[in-house]
Design a protein around this ligand. Structure first.
Ligand code: ATP
Length: 309
């Protein structure tokens, strides 16, 4: 009898940048109310999931040694959650190739978790609907639903309630990756501290920014980018001010801290400008490394064609 060798399901897991991140007050459940506009970027992780004897996580890539490979990894939690749903053992090996900086404010862990949901839905033939996947994603973390959807979206609540946003063209970004990461809860706590001590300015609504997205014009969008967490990230990592200045001096239209940082994201006029800005920024000695990316891109998607062969 011909034996069928299961092949891994391979999923691309995109990173995100928050074009607009307005942080409201602390809620009784310990979270902050957010109004945010996410954009999924081409800088991504690749997650391969294959049948195995027991649940195992392997991580490759530059930041691999700081990523947990046990039940602290979000992909482990995602596999256990879907195994309970499917009433089976979570016997898979999940291999993550990290392209997204770890603890960099680009939601790489959330993207890996979304990718695992998509991969297991296919591998185990679960036939879960988009709504089912959304509800598992929201249980795993605030940024996981967006990593499933991708594109450009407006998020409320903890960022998990999403509405798609029309974005007319491809935008070109340069990302300055920092040495080390910033813990998201620490950055939120620092914002609470800054707000208790004084009144750092708060972002208004996102209507103008969403209108700029429909025009597809990067120069119109650039001055509207904003992030309430930036003041907190800069307070914890003052060196990021230099990075932000250097990106704009190199020709970017605008620079912001991505999410909770410390990655800085620079919007550029077009692809050629992004390549020029990245080369100049790489030579300026203000960050660990530089990447060029574009967005919006789709959410977590299978990039090989079959679960079995
Ligand atoms: P977030 O804002 O969602 O916390 P982030 O981009 O700042 O995102 P992540 O790279 O997602 O940070 O990871 C934050 C922490 O989560 C890491 O320091 C790591 O210990 C842990 N973690 C769990 N699973 C993963 C994963 N698959 N990839 C990277 N980190 C993970």
């Amino acid at each position: 009898m011909l034996s069928v060798v299961p092949r891994p399901v391979v999923v691309r897991a995109p990173s995100k940048v928050n074009l607009h991140l307005a942080v409201g007050d602390l809620r009784v459940d310990g979270y902050h109310e957010l109004n945010t506009v996410f954009q999924a970027l081409s800088l991504s992780d690749t997650v391969s999931v294959a049948p195995s004897d027991a649940l195992a996580v392997k991580v490759r890539g530059e930041d691999a040694r700081v990523v947990p490979t046990d039940n602290r990894n979000l992909v482990w939690k995602a596999a256990e959650m879907l195994a309970i749903e499917a009433d089976r053992r979570p016997d898979v090996e999940i291999s993550i190739d990290k392209g997204v900086p770890v603890a960099g404010g680009m939601a790489g862990g959330s993207a890996d978790a979304a990718a695992t949901l998509v991969a297991l839905n296919a591998l185990w033939h679960l036939d879960l609907s988009r709504e089912d996947l959304d509800s598992f994603a929201a249980k795993l973390g605030s940024d996981v639903p967006f990593a499933l959807h991708g594109g450009t979206a407006f998020g409320t609540g903890r960022g998990e309630r999403l509405l798609p946003v029309l974005s007319r063209s491809t935008f070109h970004w340069v990302l300055a990756l920092a040495k080390g990461g910033l813990s998201t809860p620490t950055v939120f706590r620092e914002l609470d501290r800054l707000r208790a001590d004084g009144t750092p300015p708060r972002l208004g609504g996102a209507d103008e920014l969403m209108h700029a997205l429909t025009t597809g014009d990067a120069a119109t969008l650039a001055p509207l980018l904003g992030n309430d967490l930036q003041a907190a990230a800069l307070s914890l990592e003052p060196r990021l001010r230099r990075t932000l200045r250097a990106g704009v001096a190199a020709g970017a239209l605008a620079g912001i801290v991505s999410g909770s940082g410390p990655t800085c994201a620079f919007l550029c006029a077009d692809e050629d400008a992004a390549v020029r800005v990245s080369a100049e920024l790489a030579g300026a000695g203000v960050c660990r490394t530089v990447r060029v990316a574009s967005g919006p891109v789709p959410g977590a998607r299978i990039i090989n064609d079959a679960a079995e062969g």
